[in-house]
Design a binder for this molecule. Structure first.
Ligand SMILES: [Zn+2]
Length: 286
């Protein structure tokens, strides 16, 4: 499942390719579970809109849209969640439509934006923001769809520490709780805890201030590193119709069960926490 860095990479790649384009035609499949907004309504909302920008919010990809009549006081956003296997592709209409295509937007550039999702855990929705005081051209990224939880890449240390206060659950489980921080999944939780030297089982509310400081830094470092790595491989999954996996961060603990820790040589241990496999070094993480 794509995590925050992959979603950010896809959002940036799509933004580079479709920003400023007008949506000239809309085709949606008849698979109802894909659409959180009824397909007929979505089709009507999207047609004719101009794509102002595409960006990541949590693990969602948000298209900020401008419709022909911005004076109506409502701005639209198209919200795409990739689920397990969802992909956004930008290609020429001549490229044959892959199986499991659920949305095709014809763009003013002559290219198509396609949403393809074999497993159908992905979701498409329209978000309306009432917009009485702000001109569309002044939209800031703070507006509109926010999703649950705080943004791990920009949360201040004090707010980060507050998130875990009084929480009687393992820190690993707290990191995966999307209502606290959004977008941190299993891989990056394990990798961040390793770099911060914290055992996944430690109770979140009992971590010391210095430990939370280290964790705050390590989460942001790990995510930024992954985004940087992903940026170079974006064409593999946005352009054309190839099916390529996401890049992999140089994992230090994740899926390295039994292999020597890269720091101290102790075999990496695997446990199950809250139903999720969890990897850590019993020597480096306390
Ligand atoms: Zn170690």
């Amino acid at each position: 499942m794509p995590e925050l860095p992959e979603v950010e990479t896809v959002a940036n790649g799509v933004n580079d390719r479709v920003r400023g384009q007008r949506i000239e035609s809309v085709w949606l499949s008849s698979k109802p579970q894909t659409f959180k907004t009824p397909a007929a309504e979505m089709e009507q909302d999207l047609a004719g809109c101009r794509i102002i920008q595409v960006r990541r919010v949590g693990k969602h990809i948000v298209f900020d849209l401008e419709n022909g009549d911005a004076r109506s006081g409502v701005l639209l956003q198209w919200i795409v969640h990739l689920g397990m296997t969802g992909r956004l592709l930008v290609c020429s209409p001549e490229v044959p439509l892959p199986a499991h295509t659920h949305a095709v937007l014809g763009l003013s550039s002559g290219r198509e934006l396609r949403f393809v999702d074999p497993r159908r855990f992905g979701r498409l929705a329209i978000f309306r923001m009432e917009n009485e005081s702000v001109e569309p051209s002044h939209q800031s990224t703070a507006q509109g769809f926010q999703g649950p939880g705080q943004e791990p890449l920009s949360i201040a240390l004090a707010d980060f520490q507050k998130l875990f206060r009084g929480r009687h659950l393992p820190i690993k489980s707290a990191l995966l709780n999307q209502k606290l921080l959004h977008g941190v999944g299993n891989i990056y939780a394990d990798e961040s805890l390793f770099r911060a030297g914290i055992r996944p089982k430690r109770i979140a509310g009992r971590l010391r201030k210095a430990e939370l400081e280290r964790l705050h830094v390590s989460i942001q470092t790990v995510l930024r590193e992954a985004i940087k790595l992903g940026g170079s491989s974006v064409s593999d999954y946005v352009d054309a119709d190839g099916v390529r996996g996401f890049f992999q961060l140089q994992h230090r603990v994740y899926m390295r069960t039994g292999q020597p820790c890269l720091v101290c040589g102790t075999p990496i241990r695997k446990i199950v926490l809250g139903g999720r496999s969890t990897h850590y070094c019993p020597h480096c993480q306390r």
